[in-house]
Design a binder for this molecule. Structure first.
Ligand code: GSH
Length: 230
């Protein structure tokens, strides 16, 4: 096995990788120019990552080190490879990036989920599909199709919730300034989650966020753009 391995959420098609958190980590590793291999992981493969002491991905195995949680991995990579290009800019940059992490987890993901969650089962294999439907319907308290039934109307409020990001990206090409940093990867992970699992268009073409997403898709020789989507 390669020396650095990322356990990465996959669909029925093992090349379809759609976890927003795994995308953050993947882009972070590319930014750090650290070679890595990925292993496709499914929701119901809990035993495969039991060695990490928890049941969520991303899990990064770096030689002898086992790290789970995308923020902990980002921090680990920064501490362990200080000479590789920084994804935070500096220590204060890392502290400020926490805000983006919480904003995306607390506002962008829930808003996006209400628009795409019923599309996700279509990319999953049989046992993951049953697990996903049961666990997410329990979490939302209603059938997946009901959650997204008003999406053509709710898209307006979702787009409005992105206004602070839009205002920043009107003034600079990336949240990180002139180049993409981890803050951009955090937000991009959310859009890549949607892009890989749903054909519902979240952004209008004239939106500056649309242009930013295009730049992110082009990063690292179009790595994310080449990744299989639904
Ligand atoms: N706070 C964690 C969240 C990770 C997470 O929720 N991962 C999802 C995939 S997107 C997962 O593994 N879910 C497994 C499950 O629902 O059983 C992080 O930042 O890494």
């Amino acid at each position: 096995m390669a020396n650095r391995v990322l356990y990465d959420l996959a669909g029925a098609d093992s090349t379809l990788r759609f976890s927003p958190y795994c995308w953050r980590t993947r882009m972070a590793l590319l930014h750090k120019e650290l070679p890595f291999a990925t292993l496709p992981w499914r929701f119901t493969d809990k035993e495969t990552i039991a060695f990490s002491g928890q049941g969520l991905v991303p899990v990064l195995v770096d030689g002898e080190q086992i790290i789970s949680d995308s923020w902990a991995i980002a921090d680990y990579l920064e501490q362990t490879y200080p000479d590789a290009p920084s994804r935070f800019g500096c220590n204060s940059g890392q502290a400020l990036t926490r805000f983006i992490n919480e904003f995306v987890d607390g506002v962008v993901h829930p808003g996006m989920a209400r628009l795409i969650v019923s599309d996700i089962p279509h990319v999953l294999g049989e046992s993951d599909r049953a697990y996903f439907r049961e666990s997410r319907e329990k979490r939302f308290g209603k059938p997946l199709e009901e959650i997204t039934s008003n999406r053509d109307i709710e898209i307006t409020a979702f787009r409005r919730s992105l206004e602070p990001l839009r205002r920043v990206l009107t003034k600079q090409p990336f949240l990180g300034g002139s180049t993409a940093l981890y803050a951009d990867y955090i937000l991009f992970g959310a859009f890549q989650w949607a892009r890989c699992t749903s054909t519902f268009e979240l952004l209008a073409e004239e939106d500056v966020l649309f242009a930013w997403r295009e730049r992110m898709l082009d990063a690292f020789s179009g790595h994310a753009r080449k990744s299989p989507c639904r």
